[in-house]
Design a protein around this ligand. Sequence first.
Ligand SMILES: [Zn+2]
Length: 239
Amino acid sequence: MIETFRAHCPRCDGERKCIIHGQFDQPWSVEDGRNYMDGQIDRKLLQCAGCETVFYHQSSWNSEEWDNDYHPVTGETIISHPRTIETYPAPEKKSQKPDWIWDIAKADPPLHAILYEVYQAYEAGSFILASVGLRTAFDRTTEILKINSHLSFEDKVVELTKEGYIGETEANTLSVVTNAGNAAAHRGWAPDRKTFEILIATLEQYIYRVVVTGKAALDLSGNIPARPPRAKKQPKPTA
Ligand SMILES: [Zn+2]
């Protein structure tokens, strides 16, 4: 029989039914001769029945924090102790991160690891680190697409254009992403939030199209000739 518990899942960010994999409830008390204080810490290892994420859940109270209430009928005073809930990992802040980032965890774990840190830096307001991370993420996509790793960032953008992965407009915006990463890494340039949001939106669109929707997979078969860079999308000839 699987024991369950309702808790706020830090990943899918809502109250969910969770499987209890382990639990340990720990009452405690301290006394110094004059004062007495007690409480309890309930610890659980939970797994969300929705997204399957495993997380640590702690619910605690102590005798110093209490709420006063009155019984509606008898008028008696009722003391209750509010509980403090903590989870590890903590719930992610309201999503800067698009949900398809999770799909990248399966498609390419290194890229997912980079993006994960980019969003952490972004959410912490560390825009220099986040900008450098964007460039690193871009670089990882060029490895997935088997672009010559010895090329400079500028030449990688040119190569992607030649290979038909990106168009001219996107090449320009991706150049801004790599230049910004470079300026942040080497010249201490710090983008503000608004600028960074433009940069990350550009990279998100590119990664979504090239890595997530599988255009990369098509081209990796090696049988599809590269499109000329300026060519508009052409319908496939019917066989
Ligand atoms: Zn969940």
